[in-house]
Design a protein around this ligand. Sequence first.
Ligand code: URA
Length: 209
Amino acid sequence: MGKFQVIDHPLIQHKLTIIRDKNCGTKVFREVVNEIAMLMAFEVSRDMPLEDIEIETPMGKSTQKTLTGKKVAIIPILRAGIGMVDGMLELIPAAKVGHIGMYRDHDTWEPVEYFVKLPSDIDTRQLFVVDPMLATGGSAILAVDALKKRGGNNIKFVCLVAAPEGVKALQEAHPDVDIYTAGLDDHLNDDGYIVPGLGDAGDRLFGTK
Ligand code: URA
């Protein structure tokens, strides 16, 4: 089973409370989502491999560490995932960005893939799939399906708020995918919203509705 981690650093918990507040406006919501994503990037990249290189400091030759191994791609699930991209790029500026678009079918409530644009070499990259809310897990599962179908094999899922139902569903469908969240909430309500959650992340990010 992949790793499941609540990143409960005090700065992240504090910022999550700010965006949960229904009186938090679009500007601050957007800024703080990016700040949390940046802080989470620090933790989700913790196991990036290092190798030794020879350098010369002003004092002479020295062996030091440098990042090696897989390059990174950040894959937001449209549309709310876009809100986390700039924050993650602050810490991993060389990452490529792919996009996966999904809509929810009005009759079946199942997510349907409508747009996939990815770097050509996803099979050699560490992939961070980002979406602020892991609710039923339907979109996350489909996004990981879409990546695996195209050769992706090293996938981590990064969200801000998760429901236990979504974590379970994603773990069952994709046990190899590590899941990181800033908050693990109580449950989903009958409309598929996370409680207490923060409402509709896309609407709050983009000021729609
Ligand atoms: N998507 C959201 O934006 N919010 C939820 O609570 C659940 C899914």
